[in-house]
Design a protein around this ligand. Structure first.
Ligand code: SAM
Length: 185
């Protein structure tokens, strides 16, 4: 498959600016779906804008697997996890373009794919792997940035997810933009 552009690591600092909360409030977007003790994956986590609140929501009985292709993103995430007191909950995992994680000891309850899938070259493999990692009933929040991804391309990617076995739900994760919930039945 074609090689997509990967967002440069230094741009990661802009994703964690507090002002972003006005557009993407983790409490509003994720709060209703994340419960204490859940096993969660933040795929394409960058410096952990969502990973830290996810870890605060799962609490010490939960796990947040934070996957990224760039070591510098994960290094910042690790520092921030210590700062926010959630380093025991966060598990940073570095992957390569042709390598996805997947020997987790437990199945996932929830996978966040926020503004990352358009950067992944092998989307078929990504969704196949995510399907495998989820427990039955597990949920995926898939969101893409409107400026980078057309509605048509978003729908094509949804089809890849459906072919992997995921099912759409009627819930809308966010009022604006391109987003969907998918579940493993
Ligand atoms: C635009 S950023 C979004 C970061 C984060 N999800 C957020 O909303 O703040 C995309 C992130 O995905 C990572 N990424 C790109 N391709 C990836 C891949 N194949 N596997 C894992 N992470 C990837 C990039 O390194 C970058 O940190």
């Amino acid at each position: 498959m074609e090689n997509q552009l990967i967002c440069p690591w230094w741009l990661g600092y802009t994703f964690i600016l507090p002002i972003r909360k006005y557009q993407h409030d983790p409490g509003k977007i994720l709060g209703p779906h994340i419960k204490a003790g859940m096993q969660v994956m933040d795929y394409g986590c960058a410096m952990g804008y969502f990973s830290i609140p996810l870890a605060q929501m799962t609490g010490p009985q939960g796990r947040v697997y934070c996957v990224d292709i760039q070591k510098k993103m994960l290094n910042q995430l690790k520092k921030r996890a210590v700062k926010y007191g959630v380093s025991d909950i966060i598990v940073p995992l570095q992957v390569g373009i042709d390598y996805y994680p997947v020997s987790l000891s437990e199945r996932l309850d929830f996978v966040l794919l926020f503004a990352v899938v358009h950067e992944v070259s092998d989307k078929i493999r990504l969704f196949d792997d995510i399907y495998m990692m989820l427990r039955p009933g597990g949920k995926v929040l898939f969101a893409e940035p409107k400026g980078h991804v057309s509605l048509n391309d978003f729908k094509k990617t949804i089809n890849i997810a459906l072919n992997a076995g995921l099912k759409p739900t009627n819930e809308k994760p966010m009022r604006k933009g391109l987003s969907a919930f998918l579940v493993k039945n």
